[in-house]
Structure formats: C-alpha cells, structure tokens
Design a protein around this ligand. Structure first.
Ligand SMILES: [Zn+2]
Ligand SMILES: [Zn+2]
Length: 252
C-alpha cells in the first residue's frame, strides 16, 4: 500500500480482474459499515429495514451468478449489476443466499414497477404442501437442509451415496420451480457433490437428472433431483450416460 497526498493506493490494483476488485470493495464496505455501526450511524436502522446487503454477501451472489445478470445474462463489465431480494424483505423474503439474485439495473428497475401482490403470492406459495405426499412430509435421513430445499439419501440407491435434492414446496417437477428454489437446489447439489467426493475417493463422476412427468419416468409427483455418483468401471460402457433413459439410444 502506498500513500500519496492522503490517497492510499494498492500496488498492482490496476492489474486486478473486475471480480477481484468487486471482492476487495465488498471487504472495504463491510469494514466501513462496522465502523459506522460502532459510531452509532444514524442511518443504520434504515439499512436493516430497506434490504441492506453486506459487501461480502453481495460478492457471493455476484460470484455465484458468474458476474452476469440472472435474467438477461448481460455481463457486469457491460452493465452495472445490483443484488436483489427475489421475494422482497417487506413481503417476508429473507437474506438467505437462496433469496438473492444478481440483476442488471434495467431488469431490477422493471421488477420494482411490478405489482406488489405478485410477490405476496409467491412468498405464500412456498408454504404449499399436499396431504399424503411422501416428499411434502420431509422424509427422515435429511443430509442437508436449507430454507427452500433438503437433500436426503435415496432409499433405493442406483449407486452408493445416490442423493435426492427435494424442494420443500409441493411442486410437480423441476421445470416448475421458482428461481429461488433453483438456487437452493443448485447450492445443495454443490454441497452434496463436495461431501460425496470427500467421503468416497472412488467417485469419479456424477449423473444429475430429473424425470419430469410420469411418461418420462417420474414415480413421485413432487419434484426431486437425482445426484448419482459414478465410479470408473461401474458399468462396462458408460458412454451416452443420461441418454440411457431410452436404452436403445444410449450408445451412438
Ligand atoms: Zn438483465
Ligand atoms: Zn409434495
């Protein structure tokens, strides 16, 4: 760090990637906020109620989105990205990572113009459960739990450590998930992948899959995602993988 007329500069700052700069800015912002809080910043109460997000959490969201808007896909170096509560705070949305998304300022502004009731219905919909559904009653043997989804061990594993990721809301299949549920499912896939690899060094690959509708092989009408660990040589010719849902077409 160099000091020149009260301006501190970090050696090599101009060589940092935009992601690294964003990370540093997040850390600085957190330090500054902590300092202001200690000085009993008169605005701190406003931050808490108006959807304030810490710098490091903001960085985590942007990193997960690969520094692209999660609606239109534009990259952070073309348009400024904002971190948005998918279900707004004042509609019951939480600060959990699964309720946060990166939006470019255009998409974020469009979203703000939409009717509030959309969000109220959405927040409420997460509580939807169906009686006698074997996945609405969270099965025993939960491996990891998040606000919107859980991971359990498959009762009839195709291979050892076969895991199911299940959204808590009763929803027929993966294609009907809301974005926050997709985020939650994606997080759990990552968490379980890492745990499985740490637990079993023979795992050398995965099949990730979902059967959407009875005709596609779905037997429990509540969305679930299979994470199936694969090991070198577990079948004679693995080529084609998921294409094996039509067995005669797996190898080509
Ligand atoms: Zn966008
Ligand atoms: Zn269900």
């Amino acid at each position: 760090m160099d000091k020149n007329n009260d301006v501190y500069t970090l050696a090599g700052f101009d060589q940092l990637a935009p992601e690294e700069i964003e990370h540093l800015m997040g850390l600085c912002k957190d330090q500054l906020d902590a300092f202001l809080m200690k000085r009993s910043d008169p605005w701190s109460h406003r931050k808490r109620s108006s959807g304030y997000i810490s710098g490091t959490k903001r960085y985590d969201v942007l990193k997960r989105a690969h520094f692209r808007c999660e609606l239109c896909g534009i990259s952070a170096d073309k348009k400024a990205l904002e971190v948005d509560h998918i279900v707004p705070r004042n509609k019951g949305g939480s600060d959990d990572l699964s309720n946060l998304q990166a939006l470019c300022y255009t998409d974020n502004a469009t979203k703000r113009d939409r009717d509030d009731t959309d969000f109220r219905d959405m927040a409420e919909s997460y509580n939807h459960r169906q009686e006698a559904c074997s996945f609405c009653d969270i099965p025993s043997g939960v491996l990891v739990e998040r606000e919107l989804a859980v991971a359990i061990a498959d009762q009839y594993p195709v291979t050892p450590l076969h895991t199911l990721i299940i959204p808590k809301r009763h929803v027929s299949d993966y294609l009907d998930l809301h974005q926050p549920e997709r985020n939650a499912v994606d997080q759990l896939l990552q968490v379980r992948k890492q745990a499985i690899e740490a637990e079993d060094a023979t795992v050398t690959g995965f099949n990730v899959g979902m059967n959407c509708s009875e005709d596609a092989g779905q037997t429990i009408a509540h969305a679930h995602i299979h994470l199936i660990p694969r090991r070198k040589g577990d079948v004679t010719n693995p080529a084609g993988g998921i294409r094996g849902c039509i067995p005669a077409k797996q190898h080509y």
